[in-house]
Design a protein around this ligand. Structure first.
Ligand SMILES: NC(=O)c1ccc[n+]([C@@H]2O[C@H](COP(=O)([O-])OP(=O)(O)OC[C@H]3O[C@@H](n4cnc5c(N)ncnc54)[C@H](O)[C@@H]3O)[C@@H](O)[C@H]2O)c1
Length: 473
């Protein structure tokens, strides 16, 4: 019984049957593979509200890909967009977006010029004619100005309203495996939005849907920066790396050029060693809750690598019970592993100056930390605390050009979720806009995006990797 649904989805006859029963038939999501030479290919339609400030960066980013940048012949702000293309030194095709058979791999709209609620009409004008012309696994990206930074209340209101747009569009296009996201780019941080644009345009963001990411000012990248090997020369720690999401994070960071120190409990040493061998990394077998662990980690990196560049707090456990029936050791264990030990490790790495300037801390929260979950009061406290840790430390660490961000996974296909009873698991898996569970690699790709030197303007964010799960959305 367990995977009847999955097996029906895996053959055409089964999919037709599910379709005829009006049951969810998800689109197979495109994911990154090494053979891909471009982060996005196909037609990308760009648009802007008059007075926007992002067109040049959008077009300069698209210039680095195989995509065909297009503008609709009747687009508002068409002259501004054409000028931006000239400045970016890129080709821009003027097209009839209404033409029969037109298909778009991405729709990218610069909404930074919207300053009143009446001007939100620009969203309708751009998206209405083309929203039904998306290719499978297409991307919708709206770029705005952080509402809190707007000078007038009316502009703040208008910018805040973009969130409702993206969240609704995500729900309308999810059946095709397409996603919609909003990127708020601070003024004068325009150039630092490139890594976010690349990420959201690419298959690496396959399961990141209806999210709001904030980009602020960051550091300029060196001329020699290699987008295909962004973590070259970096040393990373991944906790809980022997299996599941942690294993995938280690693999993806290594793929991107980092040397990864894989950490897990001593009992998991064999699996851990196998992961480290596969990715050319090394092993640190210890329990992160041991009183000596933070100093041991700091010492390991100081001695072997002269410091640390990327810290990924992934290790985590659940001990579910409704509050009235929860033994105290369930509470203590979950808080200690999922939150308190992370704080102690951060303290050691920061206080002893092992974490290098320009470093990255990435934490793994959970949808439970946002929405709460029945029988998970301990887990939800720990995972909401992780979000608190990001909020509290982002401004403190910014002084050293260190960023701290979190991912909050929804339903991800791992041993943890395979153990959930069938009916609950099916519900968890399908109750999102993409009608499927995510893969560990979806979490890992988001972490790699945060970890990149190109993401220096990205700090203080918690991004859900949940396919726009209905819980807490
Ligand atoms: N799988 C999901 O759907 C999902 C959803 C939301 C959040 N998460 C979070 O993602 C992270 C990884 O989850 P997963 O599904 O891969 O779980 P998993 O159980 O497969 O892996 C967790 C790893 O952490 C290690 N670990 C546990 N306690 C440790 C300790 N004290 N010291 C060192 N290592 C320790 C375990 O040995 C294990 O290898 C966790 O933080 C989890 O809470 C997972």
């Amino acid at each position: 019984m367990a995977d009847v649904y999955e097996s029906l989805l895996n053959n055409n006859l089964g999919r037709s049957l599910l379709n005829s029963l009006n049951l969810p038939v998800p689109t197979v999501l495109e994911r990154h593979n090494q053979a891909q030479t471009s982060f996005v290919s196909g037609n990308v339609l760009v648009g802007a509200a008059p007075g926007g400030r992002m067109s040049e960066v959008i077009l300069a980013t698209l210039k680095q890909s195989n995509a065909i940048a297009q503008v609709a012949q009747n687009a508002s702000a068409i002259d501004e967009i054409k000028q931006a293309a000239d400045k970016a030194g890129t080709k821009l095709a003027t097209v009839d977006a209404n033409a029969e058979g037109a298909k778009f791999k991405a729709l990218v709209f610069d909404a930074t010029g919207i300053e009143t609620s009446e001007q939100t009409r620009e969203l309708y004008n751009f998206f209405h004619p083309v929203i039904r012309k998306l290719a499978d696994c297409a991307r919708v990206i709206v770029i705005g100005t952080p509402p809190e930074s707007c000078k007038s209340p009316r502009a703040q209101i208008a910018q805040r309203s973009l969130e409702g747009f993206v969240r609704s569009v995500g729900k309308e296009i999810g059946k095709k495996g397409a996603i919609a996201n909003l990127v708020y780019v601070a003024k004068q941080a325009e150039k630092h939005a490139e890594s976010a644009l690349r990420f959201f345009l690419s298959p690496k963001s396959a399961f990141v849907d209806a999210q709001v990411l904030r980009v602020g000012k960051g550091k300029a990248l060196p001329e020699s920066f290699n987008w295909n090997l962004p973590l070259q020369g970096k040393f990373a720690l991944v906790t809980g790396a022997s299996r599941g999401i942690g294993e995938s994070i280690a693999q993806v960071l290594a793929r991107d050029g980092a040397h990864v120190v894989c950490l897990d409990v001593p009992q998991a040493k064999d699996g851990l060693q196998a992961v480290a061998d596969r990715i050319g990394g090394s092993v640190l077998a210890l329990d992160i809750t041991d009183a000596a662990a933070p100093a041991a980690i700091a010492e390991h990196f100081k001695k072997n690598h002269g410091g640390i560049d990327i810290v990924v707090h992934n290790a985590g456990v659940t001990r579910d019970k409704t509050l009235g029936g929860m033994p105290e050791h369930f509470w203590d264990m979950v808080i200690n592993i999922n939150l308190a030990s992370e704080e102690r490790i951060n303290d050691a790495l920061i206080d002893q100056e092992v974490l290098r300037e320009g470093g990255r801390i990435v934490c793994v929260s959970s949808m439970s930390g946002i929405a709460g979950n029945f029988g998970q009061s301990n887990y939800a406290v720990s995972k909401a605390g992780v979000i608190g840790m990001v909020d509290a430390f982002a401004p403190i660490l910014a002084k050293k050009d260190v960023t701290i961000n979190a991912v909050a996974p929804g339903f991800i296909e791992t041993q943890m979720t395979a153990a959930i009873p069938f009916a609950t698991r099916e519900a968890g898996r399908r109750l999102n806009s993409l009608k499927q569970g995510g893969q560990p690699v979806d979490v890992a790709e988001t972490i790699a995006f945060y970890s990149s030197p190109a993401s220096s303007g990205v700090t203080g964010n918690t991004v859900r990797v949940c396919g726009q799960n209905l819980l807490g959305a």
